[in-house]
Design a protein around this ligand. Structure first.
Ligand code: NAD
Ligand code: GLY
Length: 370
């Protein structure tokens, strides 16, 4: 990756903050130090990220603020760690640190670390600051922004959580150079989501640059991150608590979460789709259902399939997952109202909409193996 100057995206609303995107930010303690109001900082990371970046971030912070009391908590990498038990361990780490109400939790890692740390920050003493330092593409374009925090339970993904906007997001694009190719692809699925749900021009741009993005072109990735964050920032500023349009950001997620829950949450050594891959499959299922319901053309579904395939993302439900079981999982989605399925579908590329009371029989047809 070659150096580029940092980009800034502002998130408005009642709790404004900035997203800074650029190379080398992990080694620059100024931005992080500027977010710390009190004396206590808990750095939370996972077993994949900590050996690469935790000491660097800690040293950068302490060089600027040697007075800080800094604790560390490292959890096992993988979705299987996004649990109430791990949440409890982060809370214990805050207690051990003696963190007061002006403490700051720093989430250094992907969406798992970000969601879990953010939830702990939301709960410790009824809410302390959380700075998101995303290290996956997925976390840079989605999970670090907007303040959704949560853990999974066996019954479903993200079912226990809180809205807790970060104090800041600091995304060091150099971290993407160590990201496994599979995780880069997973992040690209969430990038595609922004084009698919509301920006046909961005979708075209992604089609044009799919190969270079996949190859890790740093300037194009930085542009994709900034454009994705700008989309998310605009939506969450208008609808922070998902009373309306924010639900569109869940395109593909009701299907995707059902797949993730039904297969068992991914962990090192366990064959399972990760979140971004499940969202890729989920977006295509949403497009297929839209075609089935006569809302959109098969041509747009085909364009989405082609882009996901160009990005080497899966587009089919993994073998062995039962349609009825997946439907059962979908019934526990947070968007549902009065026990009726409420899904994000589309009229075509860039035109997603929330559809209430979707016919379960139609959903089953797209869940059947092809
Ligand atoms: P992840 O956090 O599990 O990270 C993926 C893997 O990459 C891990 O093994 C991690 O150790 C490794 N890794 C991370 N950064 C690395 C780096 N720079 N170099 C080398 N390895 C690195 O997965 P994810 O895809 O980042 O996040 C998925 C989670 O995000 C899911 O739990 C999902 O529900 C959540 N999510 C939340 C929101 C939200 O709005 N809060 C939005 C989207 C997704
Ligand atoms: N990732 C969906 C949202 O933040 O609303």
């Amino acid at each position: 990756m070659t150096p580029h100057s940092p980009l800034q995206v502002a998130v408005g609303g009642a709790h404004p903050y900035s997203i800074t995107i650029g190379p080398g930010l992990l080694a620059d303690g100024q931005a992080l130090a500027a977010c710390v109001r009190g004396r206590h900082v808990l750095l939370v990371s996972d077993s994949g990220v900590a050996p690469l970046y935790l000491a660097k971030l800690r040293a950068a912070l302490q060089q600027v603020r040697p007075d800080l009391l800094v604790g560390e908590h490292v959890l096992p990498a993988g979705e299987a760690s996004k649990t109430l038990a791990e949440f409890g361990r982060v809370i214990e780490a805050l207690a051990t640190l003696g963190a007061t109400r002006d403490a700051c939790v720093v989430a250094l890692g992907g969406g798992v670390v970000g969601d879990l740390s953010g939830f702990a920050a939301a709960c410790w003493m009824r809410g302390v600051d959380c700075v998101q330092v995303p290290t996956t593409l997925l976390a840079m374009v989605d999970s670090s922004v907007g303040g959704k925090t949560a853990v999974d339970i066996p019954a479903g993904k993200n079912l226990v959580g809180a809205f807790h906007p970060p104090r800041a997001v600091i995304a060091d694009t150099l971290a993407l150079s160590t990201l496994p190719a599979r995780e880069l692809r997973a992040g690209l699925a969430e990038v595609v989501k922004y084009g698919a749900l509301g920006d046909a021009t961005f979708f075209d741009w992604l089609q044009q640059h799919a190969g270079a993005l996949l190859a890790g072109d740093s300037a194009l990735l930085a542009e994709a991150i900034a454009r994705s964050c700008a989309h998310k920032a605009a939506i969450v500023a208008r609808d922070p608590f998902e009373k309306g349009e924010r639900a569109l950001l869940n395109l593909g997620h009701t299907f995707g979460h059902a797949i993730e829950t039904e297969q068992g949450y991914s962990a090192p050594g366990r064959e399972a789709l990760n979140h971004g891959e499940a969202v890729a499959v989920g977006m295509l299922l949403a497009a297929r259902l839209s075609t089935t319901l006569g809302m959109a053309t098969a041509a747009d579904e085909q364009r989405l399939r082609a882009l996901l395939q160009a990005l080497q993302l899966p587009v089919e439900i993994p073998a062995g997952l039962e349609p009825q079981a997946l439907l059962g999982r979908m019934r526990l989605d947070k968007k549902n109202v009065a026990g009726r399925l409420r899904l994000v579908l589309w009229r075509g590329i860039g035109q997603a909409e929330v559809v209430p009371d979707v016919d379960e029989a139609a959903v089953l047809t797209v869940l059947e193996p092809r």
